[in-house]
Each structure stands twice: as structure tokens, then as C-alpha cells.
Design a protein around this ligand. Sequence first.
Ligand code: GAL
Length: 357
Amino acid sequence: MKRARKGQGSAGGKGKAICMPIVILLSCILTCMVLTSCQGVRKEEEKISIRIGISLYRGDDTFINNIRGIIEEKAKEYERETGIKVTLDIQDAKGSQNTQNNQVERFISLGCDVLCINPVDRMDTSLIIDRAMTAGVPVVFFNRQPVEEDMNRWDKLYYIGVDAKETAILQGRMVVDLYRKEPEAVDLNGDGVVSYVMLEGETSHQDSLIRTEWSVQTLKDGNVPIEKITGGIANWERSQASALMEQWLAEYPDTIELVISNNDDMALGAIDALERAEVMDVNVIGIDGTTPGLEALESGKLLGTVSANKELYGSAIVRLAVSCALQEELPQEYSLTDGTYFWTPQEILITEIKENP
Ligand code: GAL
């Protein structure tokens, strides 16, 4: 027994020498298994749930609201298709860059995987970018394009929007085409000149200046004889546009034949003023194809609009955000220009030509 024990003992001593590498090997295997399974869990966790922080420059903007609805819809659709839970934390910055910066701080502290930001001040996104870069959280900007210098700071910054020049050319082209087909539907008094007023969006917005310039340039290039009566800034807002239009109708009675508006909401404001003044024959054109814009188009109050493919716009935001969060390739249908920009396609929507009274 003793010997045996000794033997066992000595065998144990020798065994220890043999067993040690086995123990080390086993513990290595075990450690690897634990690590792999931890990674597996982490990967699983990443796969089953994504948190997206979304900040809107103003929640009461009609077009932004339309896009928000589609983002929510597309996130649900993605959840149904993949079983991956997508939590959207949507906040309204109410026109304050400071509020938006705080929202970004909160999103990051809550552990959001990706941010979708509709910047309040597109020239002042540096704080957002600093925070995102430090935390390693990618940012998908949309609708209000940060300046190129900021966009070039990190390869995890993206932008989704529409090409403003293309929008404006399409807006101009709808009038050019109509004028060629039926000049009297545009030159309402038949004096050989189309007298127009221009409603502009926010001055700091990349879309306002470009839309204003290129819609008019397209009319000129298309040989529509135009004359500007007046114009003004209504900051995308229906009520501000309505007030301006009311004033212009009083200042220039029986003169205005065409209202060119940088967006649908301001076009609707102009229509409100025209209705109040009981002036029914003025053509009004907008941009966006918002829900109320499309209703006005349907009823013939709005002559035409340029509509971005909002389904694609919203789904591009969701798919790009999800791809960033999962570190996966973006599906091919959302091809990015320079690996950074997604330009949403747009189309002209025009109502039946109005009858001149
Ligand atoms: C424009 C849009 C406007 C307004 C603005 C907000 O692209 O046409 O209606 O939503 O964005 O940034």
C-alpha cells in the first residue's frame, strides 16, 4: 500500500511532469472555448439587438416627419425580415444645435450603436463628429448636408439626401415642358412673359440657394420668357409663405402667374393666401411630394412637385445604420458615392393642366 502509495507518489511526481502540459493545454482549450463562446454571445447580442439614436432638426417639419414615418416603418420591416431587434431612440432638437449636441451625448452614454443625425446647423457638426469619433460610433447624417471638410474627418461618416441641383432642374423642367406644349397654361395673360414670385427656404440650407438658382436657370435655358416680380425667405414654413404671398398679392394685383417654391409646405402657404384672396388661376410649384403636397396635387391646387423616392430615402437610412452597427456590407442597391454619400432618386409629379378661367 505504502509502496503503492509511494509508487503512486513517485509515479505521481513523474505524472505531474507529464500532466502539467496536459493541464496547461486543457486550460488553454477551456480558455479558448470560454473566449469563443463569450465572443459568440457578444456577436449574438450584437446580432439580436441594435440601438439607433436619431435626432431631427425640427420634429414639426412636414418633410422630415414624412421621412421619420418611413424610417420607423423600415426599421420594423427589417426586424420582421431578420429577427434582429432595432430600437429607435428618436429625439426632436427643436431647432437648437445645443439641444442636439446634448442628445448626441445621451445617445452615446446609452450605448447607441450608430447615430442618424439631421443636423440643426449643417455648418456646426464638429462637436457631434468629435464625440462620435471618440466613442467610435458611426454617424449617418441626412437631409442637411454637413460641409465637406467635416465629412472628410472620418471614414465612418455618411450622408443621405437628394441632389439639390437635380431637384431644381426637374422643377424647372416641368414648367418648360408645359410651356412648350401649352404656353397659355403658363403665360396666363398671354403677354409673352411669365411673371413669377420665388419662395425660398432657410438661407443656411444647401438646398435653398441651389434650388432657387437652378430652377430659374432651367426656365431660361428652356426659353421660357420669365420675369421675376419679387421673392422672399419663408424658411420652409407654410405660415410664413402664406403671409408673404398675401402681401405680394396686395402689392402686385393681377400680375403673378407662377409661384416657384423651394418646397411643398411654402407652396401650400402660397395656395392658402391665393384661396383667401379668391385668386384661382395662378400656377404653384413645389418640391418634396409630402403627404399634404400630394393631396394638393391630387385636387389640382398644386401644379407640380419634385418628389424624392421617400421609401428609398428612409430605407437607405435604416440599412446604412444597421450595416454600420453590425459592421456588415451595405446591400448593393444602396451604392454610395465616394463610399460616403447616398443620393436618393427623384421624379416630377405634375397635375392635369389647369383650365384658364
Ligand atoms: C428640404 C425640404 C424642406 C425641409 C428641409 C429641412 O430638403 O425640401 O421641406 O424639410 O429640407 O431641412
